[in-house]
Ligand binder design. Structure first.
Ligand code: DLL
Length: 445
């Protein structure tokens, strides 16, 4: 790979990427002007937001500096549910060109709306994201995010088109056929959930296709938490740059923030999405660098503006300059959401901690699941099932037991709880085509 090919500075033929490099003083002026406009517009058009402001005694005039944003009420998921389906829309239905919806685990989904301009802003965010990973006009993107109400498929699709790349709208599923198409069409870039890419790696192996020898250079993996250990595994197995892409339906979809080729967090496109980090208990805004809940205000969205949306995603804002030259701040990898934590024997645990423990030990595959059960004594039990490479079971029984012990210890070192580790055969755990479910809490049953 030549240096030039991997230079991730935007070339003039991709003007969509230019705002990433805006001088900070200009960016702050732009943000304040946009923030004032979006707060005023939302106040005028969305009764639910206006009523919340009135209860909190704030009005659009209260916003004189960027820091004044903290005076305004948060928007939370229940605001979206309570106003289902269209209650938070700030545009007339006749101006809305698209709806998306999140699946939601129970009851009604979350519905989000886009005007033509909103679709353009979203596509620009994704185009910048792809450009930050070195994708250019003439490159081919194999897009295996699901198409439909989920924002992944169409989000990457419009962004790739805006950038001028060739997009293959393959969506999820039919994995062997995907490997064939990856190979035959010579894709340089791929996008899907990290868990689905693991599945593609496996399928390629079975089909005797070595992804390291393919033209594939870079992957845009997101929509679910994954660890640096997993990234290293993917980079090694497929010989590509595995980059983290972040976004959420409420804020538009993928392409809110993107890891560049320097791989230190994800640049958040601050000219459209204004980030704050808060303490989820006290709700105070935290200083740069502190870990807390990411809160985003959309600066340019028309149909579905979100003021101080609490994402539940835990991260920190990285303010030191990035070697790529982009001025926009970065968010650290999102290892967890405040609501995916489980409590076992009084200890708070996040699934990503278990993944880090497992993948710190050599000899396991990155396919696992976590099962919580009530033991016979009535105590909660933590069972972790993880795959090991084919053939390992037959020969070395003692080594296998040692591996089990090492894994249990690695997990215990991180979460302070002993897990019962069960080694299972390669390909025996369920695979997913989209977001993977790894946690099975069977304690209530
Ligand atoms: O998952 C949008 C998306 C599609 C992002 C494709 C990236 C790629 P939702 O279905 O609304 O939207 O889920 C949003 O997924 O609040 C995070 O908890 C999680 N998430 C998204 N990206 C990442 C990531 C899409 N890179 C929720 N790392 C978010 C960790 C992520 N978690």
């Amino acid at each position: 790979m030549s240096e030039e090919m991997w230079s991730d500075r935007s070339s003039p033929v991709h003007p969509v990427s230019a705002p990433d490099y805006l001088p900070l003083d200009q960016l702050r002026v732009m943000q304040l002007a946009r923030l004032k406009a979006v707060v005023k517009r939302t106040y005028d058009k969305v009764a639910h937001f206006r009523q919340k402001c009135e209860r909190q005694n704030v009005a659009p005039d209260s916003l004189q500096t960027l820091a004044d944003l903290r005076l305004f009420p948060f928007t939370v998921k229940t605001d979206l549910r309570d106003t289902y389906p269209f209650g938070l829309f700030a545009s007339e239905m006749s101006d809305i060109t698209r709806l998306h919806a999140s699946s939601g685990t129970t009851g009604k989904p979350i519905v989000v709306a886009y005007t033509r301009s909103d679709i353009g802003v979203w596509a620009e965010g994704v185009a910048r994201a792809l450009a930050a990973g070195g994708v250019r006009r003439g490159d081919v993107l194999h897009n295996a995010y699901g198409y439909g109400l989920f924002t992944g498929g169409l989000g990457l699709h419009y962004g790739a088109e805006k950038l001028g790349a060739t997009v293959i709208p393959v969506s999820g599923g039919n994995t062997e056929r995907q490997v064939m198409l990856l190979h035959d069409f010579g894709a340089n870039a791929v996008s899907c959930t990290p868990s689905y890419f693991l599945h593609l790696i496996d399928a390629a192996g079975k089909m005797k296709i070595d992804l390291r020898k393919e033209p594939l250079r870079v992957g845009f993996f997101g929509a679910e938490p994954w660890t640096d250990a997993m990234r290293a595994h993917i980079e090694d197995a497929a010989g590509i740059h595995a980059l983290d892409i972040y976004g959420l339906s409420e804020i538009s979809g993928p392409g809110v923030a993107q890891m560049c080729l320097h791989k230190r967090g994800m640049h958040i496109w601050e000219d459209h999405f204004y980030p704050e980090i808060i303490d989820p208990d006290t709700l105070e805004v935290l200083p740069a660098g502190a870990e807390g809940e990411l809160v985003i205000t959309t600066l340019t969205k028309e149909a579905f503006p979100m003021i101080r949306y609490r994402t539940r995603d835990i991260t920190s804002l990285l303010t030191e300059p990035c070697a790529c030259g982009r001025t926009m701040r970065r968010i650290a990898r999102i290892g967890r959401r405040s609501d995916d934590m489980f409590i076992i024997r009084g200890v708070n645990v996040f699934p990503s901690q278990i993944e880090s423990g497992l993948l710190s030990v050599e000899g396991v595959l990155p396919h696992y699941r976590i099962i919580l059960r009530k033991g016979e004594s009535g105590l909660d039990e933590l069972l972790v099932e993880v795959e090991i490479p084919a053939g390992e079971f037959t020969d070395r029984v003692r080594d296998i037991e040692q591996l089990r012990q090492r894994l249990a210890k690695a997990i215990e070192n991180i979460i302070n709880i002993r897990a019962d580790v069960r080694l299972v055969e390669a390909h025996s755990l369920p695979r997913s085509e989209g977001k993977i479910k790894r946690l099975f809490d069977e304690r209530q049953k």
